[in-house]
Every structure is written in structure tokens, then in C-alpha cells.
Design a protein around this ligand. Structure first.
Ligand SMILES: [Zn+2]
Length: 71
């Protein structure tokens, strides 16, 4: 990994430490996105969709993910 992924290119950001996926369009203080980026334990998804994150075992963050997407 030579360069970190950038927010502009990825909406869904996974935290490998707890398998939570965050919506970087609507981050909250509770998400600690800055801390996640600093830890470099994040992952991005291709395609960049919540469904893809879920397929990989990530659970939507309850702070930033739209309620309708958390079925
Ligand atoms: Zn979140």
C-alpha cells in the first residue's frame, strides 16, 4: 500500500478492527473516522456499495448509515 484511499473516491469505509462500515458522506463524531484513517485499518469496497460491504461481513455503523439501509 503506497497511498491511502481518499474519501472523494470511496463512500463506504470499512473498519477492519470491528467490521463496521461507515458512510463517509455522513460521518459523525462517534464514527472516529479520523482515528480510523490514522490507524490504516480501513478498507474500501469494489463496487463501492453497502451491499458489497455486507457481503464481506461488515455491519453498517448505526451512527452514520441511513436507517433504511440497515435492514
Ligand atoms: Zn459511522
Amino acid at each position: 500500500m503506497s497511498r491511502p484511499a481518499r474519501f472523494e473516491h470511496f463512500r463506504w469505509l470499512g473498519d477492519k478492527r470491528n467490521l463496521r462500515v461507515h458512510d463517509s458522506d455522513h460521518p459523525t463524531e462517534a464514527c472516529r473516522i479520523d482515528e480510523l484513517m490514522a490507524s490504516e485499518r480501513f478498507s474500501c469496497f469494489g463496487p463501492d456499495l453497502l451491499a458489497e460491504a455486507r457481503n464481506r461481513g461488515y455491519r453498517p455503523c448505526r451512527h452514520c448509515t441511513p436507517a433504511g439501509a440497515r435492514e
